[in-house]
Design a protein around this ligand. Structure first.
Ligand SMILES: Nc1nc2c(ncn2[C@@H]2O[C@H](COP(=O)(O)OP(=O)(O)OP(=O)(O)O)[C@@H](O)[C@H]2O)c(=O)[nH]1
Ligand SMILES: [Mg+2]
Length: 362
């Protein structure tokens, strides 16, 4: 039986991983290459899985920990996707606060399951506005030093640093960022794209499809700083019922909720890493609104809109911010006071636990 190709697309929270994964899956489908997708998060009820399955792709969700700490679940998820027909390609989106993926996922996967999988180079996506701030090219709110450490480590281990969202920069800013990344991370190849506008994607996709991950010594990681950095991030996943008595504009409801949560966190000077939400008329509907916010100083982005007004529906909120989990819960509670027709069905809020990888191959 031929091997499935395992392709990991990493990058910090909100860099555009899911957007790229979807574009990649569409590209594979057009080229008659079968694909399965694995999403990953510290908790369940993922906006990403909802978006991917609504687009009609096979998706397996690994919840409750990152790939490296739930290595066997990763293999099980790949096997589930292979249960009927083995997909030619498995695309995996790791948690955006995770690093050291080469040593803890790529190499062990090749060592233990090399007969089943061939491993592609690791791509790490970068949001250029955030990267410019972290590299000191622009002023603006940044994450704490420990969270920034994780951000830098993600880029250090990348085979390919993919500067995404190039539509947000002019040529001069892009060149400056490219040069700064090339100087700081000389072992990584740097490419540019705009996933949302399907620009610059094909050379990248062709490369990760046709190239095998090379061997280079795994980077060193200070797990104490990494763990403490992750613990500075709060996570909140909530599923809510929308129960209105008359038809309402669900798209506007999402924007209002995002602004209320953003303003609450802004007042307390907490940085949002990614607030993402979906709203659907029912669990089975393919009509879906998607909203994203990847920085405090950003207008909420309506990535996808509902066709019709709704009276009932399911709202999923995934919020990741540099704040303690209780603050995120309070932000949700303050929002609920203003939106009394929303009812919580499911709620998890926590900080990621200390990373303890199952394997680490240097
Ligand atoms: N301007 C612009 N925005 C983009 C581009 N690609 C993605 N985005 C936006 O970036 C936001 C985050 O995108 P996602 O694909 O959800 O990011 P992610 O990396 O999967 O986020 P997490 O799963 O939370 O880590 C969304 O609002 C996207 O529409 C792009 O090429 N240009
Ligand atoms: Mg995602």
């Amino acid at each position: 039986m031929s091997k499935s190709r395992y392709i990991m697309i990493g990058g910090f929270l909100g860099a555009g991983k899911t957007t790229s994964v979807l574009k990649f899956a569409e590209y594979l489908q057009e080229n008659e290459i079968t694909v399965g997708i694995i999403t990953n998060d510290q908790a369940s009820n993922l906006v990403d899985s909802k978006i991917i399955s609504t687009h009609g792709f096979d998706v397996e969700e690994i919840a409750g920990g990152c790939f490296c700490c739930r290595f066997e679940s990763l293999k099980e998820a790949a096997d589930k996707l292979s249960a009927d027909t083995r997909p030619d390609v498995i695309i995996a989106e790791p948690v955006g606060s995770c690093t050291d993926l080469v040593a803890t996922v790529s190499y062990p996967l090749r060592r233990i399951y090399g007969d089943n999988f061939s491993i592609s180079p690791l791509s790490v996506l970068v949001d250029p506005i955030r990267a410019r701030r972290i590299l000191g090219l622009d002023e603006g709110k940044k994450f704490s030093p420990k969270v920034s450490y994780i951000y830098m480590k993600q880029m250090e281990e990348a085979d390919l640093i993919v500067i995404n969202k190039c539509d947000l920069l002019n040529d001069e800013q892009l060149c400056e960022l490219h040069d700064a990344l090339a100087e700081t991370f000389p072992a990584s190849e740097i490419i540019h794209c705009s996933a949302r506008y399907s620009q610059g994607l094909e050379p990248w996709f062709a490369k990760i499809l046709s190239t095998e991950k090379n061997y280079r010594e795994a980077m060193t990681v200070d797990y104490q700083i990494y763990g403490e950095g992750e613990a500075e991030l709060g996570w909140l996943n909530a599923t809510l019922n929308v129960n209105e008595e008359t038809y309402i504009d669900g798209n506007k409801l999402l924007v209002d909720i995002a602004i209320q949560i953003r303003d609450y966190l802004n007042d307390k000077d907490h940085q949002i890493a990614h607030l993402k939400m979906t709203l659907s008329p029912s669990e089975l509907s393919t009509d879906l609104a998607v909203l994203n916010l990847v920085r405090n100083d950003m207008i909420p982005e309506e990535s996808q809109s509902l066709q019709d007004d709704i009276m009932k529906g399911e709202l999923i909120i995934n919020l990741r911010a540099e704040a303690d989990p209780d603050t995120l819960k309070n932000a949700l509670a303050a929002m609920l006071e203003k939106n009394v027709k929303l009812e919580i069905k499911d709620l998890e809020h926590f900080s990621p636990s200390f990373p303890v990888p199952v394997h680490r191959d240097k």
